[in-house]
Structures are given as structure tokens and as C-alpha cells.
Design a protein around this ligand. Structure first.
Ligand code: M6R
Length: 598
């Protein structure tokens, strides 16, 4: 996730901005930059890499000012590079802008602006915003009004900070679905994406809401909504700097679990059309002809991403009616797989740098196989070496345990399966519309599950001293059992096994006794009756049954010691919902055991 800081006052703006950017480093980023205005001139310093690299540039080529903007970029559109780093300028180098978020309609706006004579210097979605502002600024030279007009044309999410060298006493900022705060100082004011950036200077903060535009001068802050000035109260931040980094969450893992509704929303952004049922991707690089002709799909990944791959197999086989093999990277690369140039290889990797996944890709490429990466990190090896890429847009993963990486990988797999199915004509547009209308509800459904966090914490109190756990699921929720077990062992160091529930009777049932919690994914589905009989088998052995069940299911209580209810959803989409309580359970158990979670 990108980081934003803006300063106006009488202090040393470059130093304040750099310090603020350092305080935002924990968020993860791949490039950094600042812009300041001095004697009505605009100065820009940007680089790929760390804030320390930016500091080196500033030492060689210093800038001076008491107003400026700073940004750390986590690439979503365009590789990490100096040209793509923020701040971005308009055609005349008069206006400069920093942005967090994703602009959905950037391609159509770019085409329009190009026709109107604007020239672009970067591959980012962000740059269109500064050109839009330029368009409205030229006639009036009123930055506040130009920004207010420009944001009306944007679809997507944004937190922006803007400067103009023609009005060198002010920052104009605005937000929609991306956090932005105003920090109130004495004779100085700030904007920032996160509290830690400004904590050394002030604890008085106004949180902006969607649709608000703010004019920030050194001695004045004015907030506007729909063109009208509004009054907002400030809050005093009681957090220490470390707490602030985690936005009040105790650990990054918990923060990332709670970020999932936003992350899934970003994955979906601009990629579907609910009226036509169509799905689109920017860098897929596969022709319809190729998609129609593929004989088989191979999915290769490691760990959590491999579990996403197994869900992907269910989806692709079900919707696109194409055979899918899923492999663990460290197996695929050593097993002489029968993959040919008639097949498609999909690799899934949060980081895009996992050695076994990359080795598998290289092996397939030697056989001239077309490849596609589902990846979170723009510019990573996976995205550079595959023919096509679909970014998950989850934002940086700081916690060790993958949580939002997983649910966003699943979200991509839903969209991709629909895309391939529509191309191969194995589903109708009406079916696609119907599934899409469920998919877009996922962020709300996940938010509902998160409301249950306290109840899951209570369960953790009951079970955190247990030595072994078994996780059971069937069908599309079998990989969720694997994922639940992986999360628990990874962060709590408790032995845990994930199993397809129907396979339990072929051996592992012998392990179940009165001490063994058996976590069963038992939401309403085509295999519900089967899973109920698996629960009964486990119960007969004395196992402690913790069921994940659909809200309103009265039967399940009879068979379970504890139940975590989740909202009803289409069976195909249930993995996204069902994994969330398992992430929380693993987190709270690890917390109670005093484990080092992040
Ligand atoms: O970056 P990748 O997705 O390729 O990483 C693969 C695994 O190492 C990763 O998913 C790992 O299993 C998780 N961090 C576990 O929570």
C-alpha cells in the first residue's frame, strides 16, 4: 500500500517529508519521491528503491521549501521505476500530485486526455488525475475548484494530495475509499495516509470521509463536501508510534485479516461488467483462440498459494470444463510433468519470487508453454517471466502468514474462471452475471464474518492448550481445511492436519480422541449431508467438534461442541468466507500461547 505525507508550514519541508516517509516504510513500498515548491518553482526528487536512496539523491541535489508532498509507492500499474514513482506532474510542470488507490477508468480517461493534447510520462493510473486537474485548472487557476471537478470524473479509489506552483501556500487533498487524515499543528498542517507519518509533530487529527475535499494552508484547514464548506471535529490520537503503524491492531497479521474486505474490493475493481457479465484483465496476453484451444491447465504454487490453486481447479473444471492439474512447485519441477505447448501454466505467488514456483515456470517455458502469473508484487520475477499477469492488488503483505494474499488469489481465480468459461462458451452471460452479482458481495460477507471475531477469540481461550488439531473439509472446501491447518501450525506451533473429510476413515480417524479438536467446514453445500456423517464418525471417536456452519443452520448444533456461523453464500464462493474464521482462530490461539506472530 502506498504512503502519503504532505506538509505546509514554516519548517524544513524536505526533512519533514523524508522523516514521514520513513515512518511509513513498514507498509512496504518499491519507490519513493517528494515534490516541493520554492520561489514559485517546482522541484521533484524520485527514485526506485528505498527512502534511504531518495535521501542520497537529496544529499547530492538538495531542495529547500516549507511546503511539499511525499510518497512511497507500492506498484499496481506499471513497474517500480523512477518514471512511475510519485509525485506526478501535469504537462506544464505546474501541478504535482500524489495518489493512493486504484483508478478504474484510467484507460478511457487517458485516451480522452491524449486526444485533448495531454502527454503522459508514466505507465501509472495516477498520472491521469494530474492531467485531469490541469484541464480544469488552466482557465481559473483555482486548485480547490479544479480538484473538486476532476474527482467527479474518477471511478475507483483515491486519496490524493495536490500542489500548484501558482498557489504555493496550499495543499488540496481529497479521498474516496482510501484513507486520508489531516494533522493539525501550530502554524503548520499536514496530510497523511496513516497516523505514524505525522505523530512526531501532532496528535490532533481529522479523518476525512469519502467525497470530502480539503484545503490545507499553514494556519487554516477548510473541508468541503459537494462544494459546501463543512465543519469537522478533530480527535486526539492516544496511540504510541508502534501501535499507530498497525493502525491500532496488535499485529500485522490481524490488521491484514481485517483488511480483506478492502483488498478483495481492490482485486475486483474495474474488472467486471455486471450488465454484460463480462470480465476483463489488463495484462492477460492470451488470445481467445489460445484460450479455446488449450487442452489442459496446470496450476503450480507453494504453501497458501497452492491451496488457492486447488480451489482454482474446482472452479476452472466446473465453469470452464477444462481439465486442471495442481502441483506444489517443489514437486512439479522435479517430476518430469507431461506439460506441452497445447497447455496453459498458471503460477500463483504472492511475492512472485518463490524459487520452486519460478523453477517450475522456467521448466515449462523450455517446453514453449504459455504462462500466466497470479501475483501481488508488480515487477517481481514471476510477472516479468510469464506471458501474462493478473495482479491481486492485495497491498503489501507484512505479516508472515498469508491471509489477504489468499482471499485475493481466490478472487482472481473466480474472475479468471469466468473469463475462460465465457471465452470457451461453457457458461452463458446470464450465468456469469448471476455469479458476478454474488462475487461482488464477498467484501460485505467477509466484513460480516469479521464481526464474529470476539466469539472466535472466546473459542481460542477454550482450545489454545490443545496439542493437536484436525481440520476437515470436502470438495471446494477441502483446500480450506488444508489452509486452516497451515495457518495454525505456522503461527501457533501446534500440530495440525488438514484432510478431505471423506478420507478420514482411511487411517487418520485413529488419531481422534477426547483431546482432539476437529474443525469441520460444514457450511450448506452439495456435500452437506456427507460432512454431517463425517462429523458423526469423528464424534464417535470422542473428538471435540468445532463446526463452521451457515447462519440459520439449526441441525449443526446437535452434532457440534462449538459452532462458528458464517453468512450464506454460493457454494463456489464459500472458500473465501470459510477461511476467515480459521485465520482468526489461528491468530487468537497463537496470541494466547504467546507466540511471535508477525
Ligand atoms: O510468495 P508466495 O505466494 O509464492 O509464497 C508461497 C508460500 O511460501 C506462502 O504462501 C506461505 O505458505 C504462506 N506465507 C503461509 O502463510
Amino acid at each position: 500500500m502506498c504512503g502519503i505525507i504532505g506538509y505546509v508550514g514554516e519548517g524544513d519541508a524536505p526533512a519533514i517529508l523524508i522523516d514521514g516517509l520513513k515512518r511509513l516504510e513498514y507498509r512496504g513500498y518499491d519507490s519513493a519521491g517528494i515534490a516541493v515548491i520554492f520561489k514559485n518553482k517546482l522541484f521533484l526528487r524520485r527514485c526506485k528503491g528505498k527512502v534511504a536512496d531518495l535521501e542520497k539523491i537529496l544529499r547530492k541535489s538538495p531542495v529547500f521549501s516549507s511546503i511539499g508532498l511525499g510518497h512511497t509507492r507500492w506498484a499496481t500499474h506499471g513497474k517500480p521505476s523512477e518514471e512511475n514513482a510519485h509525485p506526478h506532474t501535469d504537462c506544464r510542470n505546474e501541478i504535482v500530485l500524489i495518489h493512493n488507490g486504484i483508478i478504474e477508468n484510467h484507460m478511457e480517461l487517458k485516451q480522452k486526455l491524449k486526444k485533448e493534447g495531454h502527454t503522459f510520462k508514466s505507465e501509472t493510473d495516477t498520472e491521469i488525475i494530474v492531467h485531469l486537474i490541469e484541464k480544469f485548472y488552466s482557465p481559473t487557476k483555482n486548485l480547490l475548484s479544479a480538484v473538486s471537478k476532476a474527482i467527479k470524473e474518477l471511478k475507483g479509489s483515491y486519496a490524493i494530495g495536490v500542489l500548484s506552483k501558482s498557489e504555493p501556500d496550499r495543499i488540496v487533498a481529497a479521498r474516496k475509499e482510501s484513507p486520508l487524515i489531516v494533522g493539525l499543528g501550530k502554524g503548520e498542517n499536514f496530510i497523511a495516509s496513516d497516523i505514524p507519518a505525522i505523530l512526531p509533530h501532532t496528535r490532533e487529527v481529522i479523518a476525512l470521509d469519502d467525497g470530502e475535499v480539503v484545503l490545507v494552508k499553514k494556519d487554516k484547514v477548510e473541508i468541503f463536501k459537494n462544494g459546501r464548506k463543512i465543519k469537522k471535529n478533530s480527535n486526539t490520537i492516544p496511540w504510541d508510534p508502534v501501535m499507530a503503524e498497525k493502525e491500532g491492531f496488535k499485529h500485522f497479521m490481524l490488521k491484514e485479516i481485517f483488511e480483506q474486505p478492502r483488498a478483495i474490493q481492490d482485486t475486483l475493481r474495474g474488472r467486471y461488467n455486471l450488465e454484460t457479465g463480462e470480465v476483463s484483465f489488463e495484462f492477460l496476453n492470451l488470445s481467445d483462440k489460445e484460450i479455446k484451444n488449450f487442452k489442459k491447465i496446470f496450476i503450480v504454487a507453494c504453501g497458501t498459494a497452492y491451496h488457492a490453486g486447488i480451489v482454482g481447479k474446482f472452479l476452472l473444471e466446473n465453469l470452464a470444463k477444462i481439465p486442471v492439474e495442481v502441483d506444489i512447485g517443489s514437486e512439479f519441477r522435479y517430476r518430469a510433468p507431461l506439460i506441452t505447448k497445447d497447455d496453459l501454466l498458471i503460477i500463483i505467488s504472492q511475492s512472485g519470487e518463490t524459487a520452486d514456483t519460478l523453477a517450475s515456470l522456467r521448466l515449462a517455458k523450455k517446453k514453449k508453454v504459455k504462462s500466466l502469473a497470479i501475483c501481488n508484487v508488480v515487477g517481481s520475477s514471476a510477472t516479468r517471466e510469464t506471458d501474462g499477469v493478473i495482479y491481486t492488488h492485495a497491498g503489501p503483505e507484512i505479516g508472515v502468514a498469508s491471509t489477504k494474499a489468499f482471499t485475493t488469489q481466490l478472487t482472481v481465480l473466480y474472475l479468471l474462471s469466468l473469463y475462460i468459461a465465457l471465452t470457451r462458451k461453457t457458461i452463458s452471460k446470464t450465468q456469469s452475471i448471476s455469479l458476478l452479482s454474488q462475487i461482488i458481495k464477498l467484501p460485505h460477507r467477509v466484513r460480516d464474518v469479521l464481526k464474529n471475531a470476539e466469539k472466535i477469540e472466546e473459542l481460542a481461550h477454550k482450545y489454545f492448550k490443545k496439542k493437536d488439531f484436525l481440520y476437515l473439509g470436502r470438495n471446494i472446501n477441502y483446500p480450506i481445511a488444508l489452509e486452516g491447518a497451515l495457518k495454525l501450525k505456522e503461527i501457533s506451533y501446534i500440530h495440525a492436519e488438514g484432510y478431505p473429510a471423506g478420507e478420514m476413515k482411511h487411517g487418520p480417524i485413529a488419531l481422534i480422541d477426547e483431546e482432539m479438536p476437529v474443525v469441520v467446514i460444514a457450511t450448506k453445500s452439495s456435500v452437506y449431508e456427507k460432512i454431517i456423517s463425517n462429523i458423526q464418525e469423528a464424534k464417535t471417536r470422542g473428538g471435540i467438534i468445532i463446526s463452521i456452519a451457515t447462519k440459520g443452520d439449526r441441525t449443526i448444533k446437535k452434532f457440534s461442541d462449538d459452532v462458528i456461523f458464517v453468512p450464506a453464500t454460493d457454494e463456489m464462493l464459500s472458500p473465501v468466507i470459510n477461511v476467515v474464521p480459521l485465520q482468526l482462530l489461528a491468530y487468537y490461539i497463537a496470541l494466547l500461547r504467546g507466540c511471535d506472530i508477525d
